[in-house]
Write a protein that binds this ligand. Sequence first.
Ligand SMILES: *Cc1c(COP(=O)(O)O)cnc(C)c1O
Length: 487
Amino acid sequence: MINYISTRNSSISVKASEAVIQGQAADGGLFVPKSLDDLKIDYHKIVGGEDFNAMATAVWNLFLDDYGSEVISALVEKSYKGKFSSDKITPLVKVGDAYVLELYHGPTSAFKDVALQALPNLLTKAREMNGVKDEIMILTATSGDTGSAALSGFSGVDGTSIVVFYPDGGISETQRLQMVTDAGSNTSACAIRGNFDDAQNGVKKIFRELPRPAEGVALSSANSINIGRLVPQIVYYFSAYRQLLDMGSIKDGDLVDFVVPTGNFGNIMAGFFARSMGLPIRRLVCASNKNDVLTEFINTGHYNRLREFHKTTSPSMDILISSNLERLLYYICGEENTAAYMKQLEEKGEYQISESELDALQAIFSAECATDEEGAAAIKRVFGAEKYLMDTHTSIAWVCLDKYERATGIPSVVLSTASPYKFCASVLAALGLETSESDRDNMRICHEYTKAEIPSGLAGIWDKEILHKDIINPNDMKSYIIEKTSK
Ligand SMILES: *Cc1c(COP(=O)(O)O)cnc(C)c1O
């Protein structure tokens, strides 16, 4: 049985299903498998699976062992069957001299669907297993994509409700419409007058101060700090490897690099787990936009959130505190140092890891960053040369692909995290086309020019009724939740 412990104190220890219910450890740390040795597996057992669902079942079985394998198979099926527009779930495409792993074929056209179609099923089963009678209220801060994916995942799921906070003006029109038109009777979306970090800090504060906002209601998280979100993301690293084998692009055992557009460090952390399990990954390249806090950290060991916050055209990566990094710190620095660094981050806004810790980090991770302008140029260049259209997050990773030190004969896989139609205005501008005030027109123009298909989930949002209209100050988030649960 795998024990999940707090990154700050290994004496806090729970089973997988309990970690899924709790979301975050009571001391503010994040749940992680105590030792990477517990995760060692013959990767052929996963890569050899019949399809994506078989690979997912093998990965979930390892990490979520207390669910039992029959339950896991059923949950995987329920999470993915008929939900994605590609039968590969996460198809791999060759683009130029690299590969793109398209993670955005789910209901809301962003990679977060892979995890958030799964989490509600993992959570409701975990409640049943642990005899939890409380209703679970999911509380989430979003920089855009988490919100719609979480609302879509939890919409209508019995025994749960969900409240999503998003930065007012900090997300695209399309993203906003996806959220505020959600018709689930158990869903709410609320704008915050602030940025993503304000929203996330507000949510963290509510978890600390208000774990039970009302009688019979317990809080849980759908942010990528929940282990139930991270585990499903591990699967597509194996799926990518399998597809490279099927294409004849690698031989079994060959190493592969992954370039990951990074915000909260969840996606790339899943890659670290895949690598720790034995998947032949050489390097994980952390790609950032102008908010380059992780680039500096991975290159110098100095994490410093005391810097200007930039609003970019890749808003899902506009982050100064990457929560999931704490999980990596635990494996590299140990629980005591992790607790100390997190305290310094909270109190002083910065910390510096040791020389030897930095060496361990750099043995696996590289880091690069790119500006909006570089990303836009990449969108235009790659569309011109390859007729392949990327969104603004993927294009940041594409630029980083060109910047990092590649090794001859080792293929690079760029993770593509959103459909270009989700950030259509920026994509059009990058292509040098005129943009309209309305995303609806932009989608049409983009389609006419590129012939790329508009995802069905995005094509219909314009005619839906706006159901969620709340906007509040960050300081009022707690009372907002109290009010919601008292109804
Ligand atoms: C969430 C998101 C990211 C960042 O992923 P993390 O797991 O937070 O690092 C990148 N691109 C898009 C489109 C996203 O929605």
